[in-house]
Design a protein around this ligand. Structure first.
Ligand SMILES: NC(=O)c1ccc[n+]([C@@H]2O[C@H](COP(=O)([O-])OP(=O)(O)OC[C@H]3O[C@@H](n4cnc5c(N)ncnc54)[C@H](OP(=O)(O)O)[C@@H]3O)[C@@H](O)[C@H]2O)c1
Length: 266
């Protein structure tokens, strides 16, 4: 029996590549989109509706998934978007929406599958974070904050789920060519003091998009994590990232291990 994998945001970019790759490798893939009917004929795997900004959509996911499709082995939290712009210029409602989708939506989907994973005493949760969940750059404040929040959440969650044989892993891509910039939200608010920084940042963003790497690398990395029984938590993808970030996080890892040792003693 092939493993069943849910891939959120499978209509575009990483999600489409991940879902296609896993389908080609023989997994039973269920993809999601806010408009699954647009992709039903075009895609070789089943697409179901999921809107991370809608409570009813997330609340009905459990029934639609487990009653209609059956047991699930792996959840891949990929759906998300970018709020782009100078932090002070971004209206707070847009900042909240960034968290509603990228953080709260993702957590709620995770909570939907957890009772099933706990019951079956197995499961894997793979979440697409970002390099911006570990470091941050100008004009990405809300996006970086939402991705940092995901890193922290899943870092803690993985320890809570170990005894249920549920594995938790993050994928942290650098900059890749997808539709993320076209689908980004921004503001027309302008504070003159930031004009120079804005111009430089826009130029830099164009450069980064141009230099963006092949998104197929991310699908390859996800496949490896899917195929590994006990994957490592952090999985950076992109040129030259892992050495730098692993060094930075080595020290934090020591602290976490110390706390866990104490916890297990008490
Ligand atoms: N591209 C990069 O360089 C990069 C780097 C690091 C991390 N990431 C992360 O990778 C993930 C995928 O992004 P991408 O680059 O592949 O962008 P993309 O091409 O714009 O794809 C975004 C996907 O997310 C779905 N989505 C967006 N908002 C949603 C919502 N409110 N509810 C449900 N689904 C929603 C979209 O589906 P529908 O529109 O069909 O609903 C789409 O399938 C995101 O989490 C992003 O933060 C991207």
């Amino acid at each position: 029996m092939p493993q069943t994998i849910l891939v959120t945001g499978a209509s575009s970019g990483f999600g489409l590549l991940i879902a296609t790759k896993l389908h080609e490798k023989g997994y039973k893939v269920i993809g999601t989109s806010r408009n699954p009917e647009k992709y039903a004929i075009k895609l070789p795997f089943k697409m179901i509706a999921l809107d991370l900004d809608s409570e009813p959509s997330i609340n009905s996911l459990s029934d639609r998934l487990f009653k209609e499709i059956g047991p699930l082995d792996i959840l891949i939290n990929n759906a998300g978007f970018l709020v782009n712009g100078i932090a002070e210029e971004i209206p707070i409602e847009l900042g909240r929406k960034q968290f509603e989708t990228n953080f709260w939506g993702t957590i709620q989907v995770t909570n939907t599958v957890l009772p099933h994973f706990r019951k079956q005493k197995s499961g894997k949760i793979i979440t697409v974070g970002s390099i911006t969940g570990l470091v941050a750059f100008p004009t990405t404040a809300y996006y970086a904050a939402s991705k940092h929040a995901l890193e922290g959440y899943y870092k803690a969650l993985r320890y809570e789920l170990t005894e249920f044989n549920i594995r938790v892993a993050m994928i942290e891509p650098g900059s890749f060519k997808t539709n993320i910039m076209e689908n980004a939200s921004t503001t027309l608010n302008r504070i003159e003091d930031y004009n120079s920084l804005r111009t430089k940042s826009e130029k830099y963003a164009d450069f980064i998009v141009e230099q963006g790497e092949d998104a197929a690398m991310v699908a390859e990395k996800v496949l490896k994590v899917v195929q590994t029984d006990k994957p490592q938590f952090r999985n950076l993808v992109g040129k030259g990232l892992s050495v730098l970030i692993n060094l930075q996080h080595f020290a934090y890892g020591i602290l976490e291990k110390k706390v866990l040792k104490q916890l297990n003693k008490s």
